[in-house]
Every structure is written in structure tokens, then in C-alpha cells.
Design a protein around this ligand. Structure first.
Ligand SMILES: Cc1ncc(COP(=O)(O)O)c(C=O)c1O
Length: 378
């Protein structure tokens, strides 16, 4: 049985593992080193470890695990944005055109507007629900790179990765997918035709709200080498402590996602049943605009949903009336949190629009707590 035949629980724990070595720790221990003893070995990538900015054993173990889940070769980065900027900047140059989601994570748009455009990269923005039609109409012609974010954050729209991948390849463009919300267990963009899958591992992959990490995976050796070169030159490599903690944390990804998704299913019903809440979005809820495609394309649900309360004051009142929902940005952690997105200024959303990230608390406790807090808003 190869590791790709295993279930998600086994893969979360065992991904990337080599053959057991008697007397070695059961799971990899961190190796804290910047330089390594060289002796008379030539320093080179892929050979003996020489300097941790380019390679180190703890990072290799973590990357082997994440790459195994993604179905490609992984390069880990200090944050999700470091991974996204590496994927973009290693692939495009002055005069190139890139296509980005107009409704995806807003810092990616800031990266484009504040950094890429001043280096002569032309940027076009397309909404997640419109990218298939734009691709079908030839709108990817002349693009060097297309980035999708599906489900999009924070509005949770989805698009058909395989359809866009075919159009991108026909147009000679590279396709990258921000897979942060789905996680590598929830969606495999490389198997659907993408050249690159990128993610903020700050979110559910590591899932404890105490770590910043990101990664890029690919099956293309040339792209891998180019992005690895970018990382070596710009120095966005995570240190061994982060890599070790990320690896340790992802062992429970399957368990965490299962509870978060069960909580999200219940929370979606509580929100939908409230007279003060509108526009509940969870792609795995029957009737959601994303439901049909998410069910077909994705491998499993997760704990992120969104909804609209009447205004900013209603969100504050909801938080004041709750013991279990904390105001915090980011998502995918073990604590349940909610984020009023308009306060950050980057998303085209109403003042009362909220992204809910369900943690791994007991479903009954979360539902009871939210129901009490919502009832006070009626
Ligand atoms: C979809 C998505 N991509 C990328 C990022 C950036 O990740 P990081 O904060 O780890 O740089 C985020 C962060 O919220 C995100 O939600």
C-alpha cells in the first residue's frame, strides 16, 4: 500500500516519513543549526547540509510531509505571503501579465498593487465566480501566471480548477492556486492541473494560532528549482523551530478538520435560523451557491463560514454576549473565532460581514453559546 492509498488520518501522521531507524526518535527532532560542520565535503544543495537558509534537516522532514499531502515537491516559507510572493516573483518579470482574484486575500492584491506594478508587471483582477467565463472567452491569452483562490477568502466562492487549468495551459500561462482555506487534505490543485499550489500554513494546516508558515508545492522540477532559488536569494526560509512545530502540528490535521467541519455545519444552521443574520455561506451547505462545485471538486469540508449581521454594533454585541467566540483575524485554529472583515479595509463587504472560523470545541457548547449571543440581538 503506498502512502497515497492511506486515509487522511494516517497521511496526516505519516506523510513524508522515511523508513524507521532503530534507536532514532520516533518522530523527527528539531536540529537547531545555522551553519553545519563542512569538513572536507563540498557545500552544495542536495548534498551535506551547509547553511540553514538554503537547506536543513528539520525543514526537509516538514517539506516531505506537506509535499506528500499536496502530491508534489514542497518548499516551505516563513509566512503564507512569502510563499505567494515567491510563486509570483519567481515566475514573472517586467512586461508580463498576471491574473489575480479580485475577491481573494487582500494582501495578495496589495502585493500586486504596491510591489508588482512598480516593477512593470501588468495585473488584471477577475472575480472567482467569473474566471471560468473569462477563460472560456480567451481572457487568459497573453497571461504569464493566473492565480486562483478557491474557496475564496472571505466570501467562500469557488471556481473549477480543472477548467481554468486547461484554459491556462492552452494560453501558455502558469496556474497557481491558493489552497489555504481548503488545506492539502481538502483539495489537491496539482492533481486538477495546476502548476503550483500555495498556502498559508499559519491557518488550518498547523492550526494552533501560534505559528506563521507558508508553502509552495509543484510537480514541475524547473519551477521547483526557480522557486527554491528565489527562496535562497531572498532568505524567506523558516527556521528549524517553526518547521518542527509545523510538522508536529499537522499530525492532527485530519482530526481538527473533522471537528471544525462538524461545528461549521451546526453553526451554519444556527446562523441561518436567526432573524438578524443573512447571507450565510458555507460551501458544503445544500443550497449554497458553491455547494455543487465544492462537493464535486473538494475532498472534504472545513470550518470556515461567513454571514452578515446588521451592522458593526451587532457584531460587537454578539461578541459581548458570547463566552466561546473570540474576535481575531486569521482562521483554521483550534479556538473558535470571528472576524468582522470590513475593519481591515481590504474586502468589498458590508460593515456587518463576519468570517467565522470554527474551532474544535464541542459542537453542543458552541451552538448553545452562539444561540444565546444571537438571541440577545433579536
Ligand atoms: C487565503 C490566504 N492566503 C494567504 C494568506 C497569507 O498568509 P500569512 O498570513 O501566513 O502570510 C492568508 C492570510 O490570512 C490567507 O487567508
Amino acid at each position: 500500500m503506498s502512502s497515497s492509498d492511506w486515509g487522511d488520518g494516517t497521511r496526516s501522521v505519516r506523510a513524508g516519513e522515511g523508513a524507521p531507524v532503530p534507536g532514532a526518535p520516533l518522530r523527527p527532532s528539531p536540529v537547531f543549526a545555522a551553519p553545519f560542520h563542512l569538513g572536507d565535503l563540498p557545500p552544495r544543495t542536495g548534498g551535506a547540509d551547509a547553511y540553514a537558509r538554503t537547506e536543513q534537516p528539520t525543514l526537509r522532514d516538514f517539506e516531505a510531509a506537506v509535499g506528500d499531502l499536496d502530491g508534489g515537491r514542497c518548499l516551505s516559507f516563513a509566512t503564507g505571503m512569502a510563499a505567494i510572493s515567491a510563486a509570483v516573483l519567481a515566475c514573472v518579470g517586467a512586461g508580463d501579465r498576471i491574473v489575480l482574484p479580485s475577491d481573494g486575500y487582500y494582501t495578495t492584491r496589495l502585493l500586486a498593487a504596491d510591489e508588482l506594478e512598480r516593477f512593470g508587471v501588468r495585473v488584471d483582477y477577475v472575480a472567482t465566480t467569473e474566471i471560468e467565463a473569462v477563460a472560456a472567452a480567451g481572457g487568459l491569452e497573453g497571461a504569464r501566471l493566473v492565480l486562483l483562490e478557491t474557496p475564496s477568502n472571505p466570501q467562500l466562492d469557488v471556481c473549477d480548477i480543472a477548467v481554468v487549468a486547461r484554459a491556462a495551459r492552452a494560453a501558455g500561462a502558469l496556474l497557481a492556486v491558493d489552497n489555504t482555506t481548503a488545506t492539502p487534505l481538502g483539495q489537491r490543485p496539482l492533481a486538477l492541473g495546476a502548476h503550483l499550489t500555495v498556502g498559508s500554513d499559519t491557518k488550518a494546516l498547523t492550526g494552533h494560532s501560534d505559528l506563521l508558515l507558508g508553502h509552495v508545492s509543484t510537480t514541475d522540477d524547473d519551477l521547483y528549482a526557480r522557486i527554491q532559488g528565489w527562496r535562497n536569494h531572498t532568505g524567506n526560509t523558516p527556521g528549524p523551530f517553526e518547521a518542527w512545530l509545523g510538522h508536529r502540528s499537522m499530525s492532527t490535521l485530519d482530526l481538527r478538520l473533522a471537528r471544525q467541519a462538524a461545528n461549521a455545519a451546526a453553526v451554519a444552521e444556527v446562523l441561518a435560523g436567526s432573524s438578524v443574520v443573512s447571507g450565510v455561506r458555507w460551501p458544503w451547505r445544500a443550497g449554497d451557491p458553491s455547494f455543487e462545485l465544492a462537493s464535486r471538486q473538494m475532498l472534504r469540508p472545513n470550518g470556515v463560514l461567513s454571514a452578515e449581521l446588521p451592522d458593526e454594533a451587532a457584531v460587537a454585541k454578539l461578541l459581548a454576549g458570547s463566552r466561546l467566540w473570540a474576535a481575531a483575524t486569521s482562521f483554521g485554529g483550534v479556538h473558535s473565532t470571528l472576524d468582522r472583515r470590513a475593519q481591515w479595509g481590504g474586502d468589498a463587504v458590508a460593515p456587518g460581514f463576519v468570517r467565522f472560523s470554527c474551532g474544535i470545541e464541542d459542537t453542543d457548547d458552541l451552538v448553545a453559546d452562539l444561540s444565546v449571543a444571537l438571541a440577545a440581538l433579536d
